[in-house]
Write a protein that binds this ligand. Sequence first.
Ligand code: SF4
Ligand code: SF4
Length: 386
Amino acid sequence: MSTSQKEYKDTPIVMVKAQDYQPQTIDRAVERLWKELCIDPSLFCGKKVLVKPNLLMRRRPEEATTTHPQVVRAVVEQIKRAHPAQIVIADSPGGLYNPTQLRAIYTTCGMQQAADQTGAVLNFDTGSGAVAVQQGKLCSEFNLIDPVRQADVIVSVGKLKTHCMTGLSGGVKNLFGCIPGLQKPQLHYRFQNKNDFAGMLVDLCQTVAPVLTVMDAVESMEGNGPSGGTMRKTNCLIASQSPFCLDRFLCALIAMTPQQVPTVQSCIERGLCPQNDADLLIINPDALPCQIADFQHPRSTTIDFSGNVPRFLQPAVRFGAKHLLAPKPRIDLDKCIGCGKCAESCPPHTIQIQNHKAHINYKQCIRCYCCHEMCPVRAIHIRGRK
Ligand code: SF4
Ligand code: SF4
């Protein structure tokens, strides 16, 4: 057995009930996560701790797009008990990464209030710098935001959501927010094949190496996540010291196969989590269901047939699938307000704003769905062939 295989067999995933976002409910659930995982205070004592929520865009907590501020507040309070030197809350959301945008997002997502209540520092430093990748398969270096580079330890606090490109927005995908602003679309452009993109995300996760990942799954997002889906009550918080095992668990929880979640598939191939979810060490003291069979999946992940053809034909099928089978992002012109956020985030710059409406040149579209992810008014839909 390799070291990594041994590690995942010894790394528990804890799931505890949390039926609402009342402060006392979340405080108790977070306290139980710490206790069940036997988190040692020395992990945080005297350290500079970064808490990294999912702040994809400027949405209110009840829209289930961003990590709920009560979960972030409770995690910060729990870390404070270990007497850290400092706690910083930071993320690089989609779109522009500047203090004005950050302030607007922190306020709407409730992070300003979470920081005010706990004394944690909200990050407004938009600097970044190169960090070498030690165990990467596809990347040798990442440009990471300064609070990530300056932290002694990182706690990732994500939101359970589906994702049109990667199937699942879990612990691994949450760390894409460590890449500054509009450098994220550049990585989409560099890694256009979704398996390569997933491999890049796993390289990134191994580099950022959070000591703990907590998943807000009280109210999750199903359907066309990470921003165009619908809220689904799932009533729990989940945590693990392995973001890879956590994602393997989440994949099973929302009734997806590893083949539908390329980040999980990549983790399996690297020996970072087991192929079979039955091999995970799950602590489930409230006997919660470990699979939500009718959880709605994103439409875009349901039509990749390339796994069903001989291996030597798969590259050709994938190439064809990208242009013929992969669903197109389509603009609802009645809803579009011409804000340009889709064009700003489009890696090949294939969206034009004309007469205050967005228009896509499909010949250059790489089907990354960044536009769908960033549209503030849900005016971009992922539809099948037409
Ligand atoms: S139009 Fe949308 S899906 Fe196509 S490349 Fe641009 S951002 Fe990606
Ligand atoms: S499609 Fe959405 S993001 Fe693009 S311009 Fe219209 S409203 Fe803005």
